[in-house]
Design a protein around this ligand. Sequence first.
Ligand code: MN
Length: 214
Amino acid sequence: MSVKKKPAQKPAEAESPPLGEYHRKRDFSKTAEPEGAKAPSSRRTLAFVIQKHAASQLHFDLRLELDGVMKSWAVPKGPSVDPSVKRLAMQVEDHPVEYNTFEGIIPEGEYGGGTVMLWDRGAYTYWEKDPDPVERLREGYAKGDFKFELKGKRLRGTWVLVRLRRGDPEKPQWLLIKHRDEYAKPGFDIVAEENTSVATGRTMEEIAMDKSRR
Ligand code: MN
């Protein structure tokens, strides 16, 4: 069966060089964020990270490795471990895999200026046993029905990102939803309960004050 391609639904970055938008938006002589490059696509263990980012609007950046870059979403309210809660996730430009260790301060006036905390990190994979989990992830992402399992310090178990058919197709909006499994916690507000860096144990205020440490 041949499937007709719908160009409007293809991710914008498919036609442009990897990380082009990421590099265009940043002045690496001013920000401590990594310049980074596309990583090998053949890694078997894929990384995920969530960064809490106090920019002009506080949000959480969810990043999932796929084909050598971190697919990225800004989640204004952060993830919820309650399966009845759907969280808006606005897709943003791909980030380099090197970004996964970034915690610190983006200077005021620069793109995304503000404090960044490593809020969670770990590995992720397809949400079911499969001989080719990476291909299943790729298909799910392309379809806009992106199912995965997180193996982080704070977030575990199965999740889905569902792409919405609204807004700018170049900047798709998705919903992030926890699947019902043994890691689901109805009624639990994990972003209110977990306020420190998984990397350094620091609060946002401590990261913001420590200007020398990037
Ligand atoms: Mn951000």
